[in-house]
Design a protein around this ligand. Structure first.
Ligand code: ATP
Length: 517
C-alpha cells in the first residue's frame, strides 16, 4: 500500500471510530475545519496535558495563562500581522487551483534533494565500504548540478521575497519549470500577497463598530500580559509563560486533513531572558523540546531538525522540529529566538514601558524572548498516523490497531465480561466502578470476545480486561495486551496498580526531567 493510501485509511478510520469529523458535515462540511469526536477529544486532552505538565509543572520558572482570542486591534499592527502576515499565492489558469508560491518552490527543492539522496544511495551500494559520501556529493556532476539548481533557486526566491518583488517570485517558478500537479501545465497567473487573518466587527452599531481580528497565534496574548504575570507572580528572569489556545488563519490551501486547518490549536511558550543569553536558551529549548517529543514514545528516527536559513526580520535564530508524516517530513513545531522585537513593538504602539527591573544588576531592560510553538492538531496527526497499523495475523486474519502510547490512549482499559450472564456482568461492573475514578475505562458486553478485542484495538485501548467464570473463584481476570496480543492472569486487586504503572503520564514526565546534557 502506498503512503497516500495509508493516509486515506487513517482519515476514514478517524471518522469511523469517532476521532475526527468534518465540521458541519450534514451541510457538506466546511473546508479545513474539523470537529473532534468522543475519542479524539480524549486523545487531544491527553496530549494537551502532557505538554502543559512538561512545560509548567516540570519547570518551576514557567507559568501558564489563558488569554482571550479577541485582542485590541493595535496588537496586530504592532506584531506586524496587519502589514506582513501574508502568503504569496499563485493560480494555475488551467486547473484553476490555487497554490502558495513558496510551497511550490520548497516542494520543487525537496524533489531535487530526493534525487540527490537516490544518487547517494546508488553510489553507496556500488562502492561499498570504500564509499566517501562527502567526496561524492562534492564531485559527482549530477549531484553538484542538482545542488546548484536548489541553491540558485532558493537564493533567488529569498532575495525576491525580501525585496517584496512578486514578479521575480513568479519568474523563479517559471525558470524552475514547475508545473501544476493537477493540470501538469506552466500556465501561471501573477503572484499576489494574501493576508491570512480573519477579521470581524465588534460593537452593535455598525458606524461605531471596530474591526478586530481572530488571533492568528496565541503568542501575542502572552506578550501583552508579560508585565502582569511578572509582577503578580513575582517572576525573576529567566522565566516563561505558556499558553494553549485556538488560533485562526485563512490558509490559502488547506490540504492534508488536520495538518493545515483554518481553525486550530497552538501550544506556545515564550521564555523571557536577559539580552545576550538568548542563544544559550535557544539551544536549551531546541534540545529540550526534541526530548519532550521523544518522551511521547514514538521512535526517534521520526524527528529531525530543520534550521532556518531565511530568518524572519525579528528573529536571530530559528528552527523547526519536523516529523515524518505519511506525506513526508513536515514542520511540527517551531523554535524561534525572537529577540526583543515583540515587547519593543508593544512599547512603541501602547506607549507603555514593558521592561524588567533586574534587582541584582540594578537596571531595567526589555527582555529577549525564545519561543516554542507547536500545533496541537499537528501533534495529534503525528501520533495518530504513526499509531495506525493494518496487520496480517498468523491465522491469516487482519486487524487494524492503533498503537497509541498507553499514557495517551483515549481509553486505558476495556472491561469485558465474557458472557452476559452467570454473575459475570455484575463482577465486571464492580471492577469498572473501582477503576473508573482513576482511569478512562469502557464497559462492553456486546458481541463475541474476539470482536470486542478487535474493536478495542481499533480505538487504541492498551488493555482489555476479561472477566470469565474462573474470575468468580480465583478473583483474577485475563488482561490482554493490545500490541503483542499476549494474555496474562492478573489478580483483580492488582489491576489498579498495573494500570497506573503502565499508563501514568508521570512516569514519562519523570524520565524527561528538565536538564539537557
Ligand atoms: P507552516 O509553515 O506550516 O504554515 P508556520 O511556520 O506558519 O507553519 P508557525 O507560525 O510557526 O507556523 O506556527 C507554529 C505551529 O503552529 C506550527 O509548527 C504548526 O504546528 C502549527 N500551525 C501553524 N499553522 C497551522 C495550521 N494552519 N493548522 C494547524 N497547525 C498549524
Amino acid at each position: 500500500m502506498t503512503q497516500e493510501e495509508v493516509f486515506k485509511n487513517v482519515v476514514s478510520h478517524c471518522k469511523e471510530y469517532g476521532f475526527i469529523f468534518p465540521s458541519s458535515e450534514i451541510y457538506d462540511g466546511l473546508a479545513a475545519v474539523y470537529d473532534y469526536g468522543q475519542l479524539g477529544a480524549e486523545l487531544k486532552n491527553n496530549l494537551r496535558q502532557f505538554w502543559w505538565k512538561g512545560m509548567t509543572q516540570l519547570h518551576e520558572n514557567i507559568v501558564g495563562i489563558d488569554s482571550a482570542i479577541f485582542m485590541h486591534p493595535t496588537v496586530w499592527k504592532a506584531s506586524g500581522h496587519v502589514d506582513a502576515f501574508n502568503d504569496p499565492l499563485i493560480d494555475n489558469k488551467d486547473s484553476k487551483k490555487r497554490y502558495r508560491a513558496d510551497v511550490l518552490i520548497e516542494e520543487h527543492a525537496e524533489k531535487l534533494r530526493q534525487k540527490i539522496e537516490k544518487e547517494v544511495e546508488k553510489a553507496a551500494k556500488r562502492f561499498g565500504d570504500a564509499f566517501d559520501q562527502a567526496q561524492f556529493v562534492s564531485t559527482n556532476p549530477r549531484v553538484v548540478g542538482y545542488q546548484t539548481e536548489i541553491d540558485t533557486m532558493m537564493q533567488r526566491f529569498v532575495a525576491a521575497m525580501e525585496a517584496g518583488n512578486l514578479e521575480d517570485v513568479r519568474q523563479v517558478i517559471l525558470d524552475a519549470e514547475i508545473v501544476c500537479p493537477v493540470s501538469g501545465t506552466r500556465n501561471w497567473t501573477e503572484v499576489r500577497q494574501f493576508n491570512l487573518m480573519f477579521s470581524t466587527e465588534m460593537g452593535s452599531v455598525s458606524a461605531d463598530a471596530s474591526k478586530i481580528y481572530l488571533r492568528p497565534e496565541t503568542a501575542q496574548g502572552i506578550f501583552v500580559n508579560f508585565l502582569n504575570v511578572q509582577k503578580s507572580g513575582r517572576m525573576k528572569i529567566p522565566f516563561g509563560i505558556a499558553q494553549i489556545g485556538k488560533a485562526f488563519r485563512n490558509e490559502i490551501i488547506a490540504r492534508q486533513f488536520i495538518f493545515r486547518m483554518r481553525e486550530f490549536e497552538q501550544m506556545e511558550m515564550q521564555f523571557f531572558c536577559a539580552p545576550g543569553t538568548e542563544m544559550e536558551w535557544y539551544q536549551y529549548w531546541k534540545a529540550w523540546r526534541l526530548r519532550w517529543h521523544q518522551a511521547l514514545g514514538l521512535p526517534a528516527e521520526n524527528y529531525r531538525y530543520h534550521d532556518h536559513e531565511k530568518l524572519a526580520h525579528y528573529a536571530n535564530a530559528a528552527c523547526d522540529i519536523e516529523f515524518k508524516f505519511p506525506f513526508g517530513f513536515k514542520e511540527l513545531e517551531g523554535i524561534h529566538s525572537r529577540t526583543d522585537f515583540d515587547l519593543k513593538a508593544h512599547e512603541t504602539y501602547a506607549k507603555k514601558k514593558l521592561q524588567y527591573f533586574d534587582t541584582e544588576k540594578n537596571l531595567s531592560y526589555v527582555p529577549y524572548v525564545v519561543e516554542t510553538s507547536i500545533g496541537l492538531d499537528r501533534l495529534f496527526l503525528a501520533v495518530l498516523s504513526h499509531a495506525y497499523q493494518e496487520e496480517k495475523l498468523e491465522d491469516g486474519s487482519e486487524r487494524v490497531v492503533l498503537r497509541i502510547p498507553a499514557m495517551l490512549a483515549p481509553v486505558k482499559a476495556a472491561i469485558l465480561p465474557l458472557v452476559k450472564k452467570d454473575g459475570l456482568p455484575e463482577l465486571a461492573r464492580s471492577i469498572m466502578n473501582d477503576l473508573k475514578f482513576d482511569f478512562a475505562c469502557q464497559y462492553d458486553e456486546k458481541d463475541s470476545i474476539g470482536k470486542r478485542y478487535r474493536r478495542q484495538d481499533a480505538l487504541g485501548t492498551p488493555f482489555c480486561i476479561t472477566i470469565d467464570h474462573e474470575s468468580l473463584n480465583d478473583h483474577c481476570v485475563t488482561v490482554r495486551h493490545r500490541d503483542s496480543m499476549t494474555q496474562e492472569r492478573v489478580a483483580i486487586a492488582a489491576l489498579s496498580g498495573m494500570l497506573k504503572e503502565k499508563t501514568d503520564m508521570a512516569v514519562a514526565l519523570r524520565a524527561l526531567g528538565t536538564k539537557v546534557d
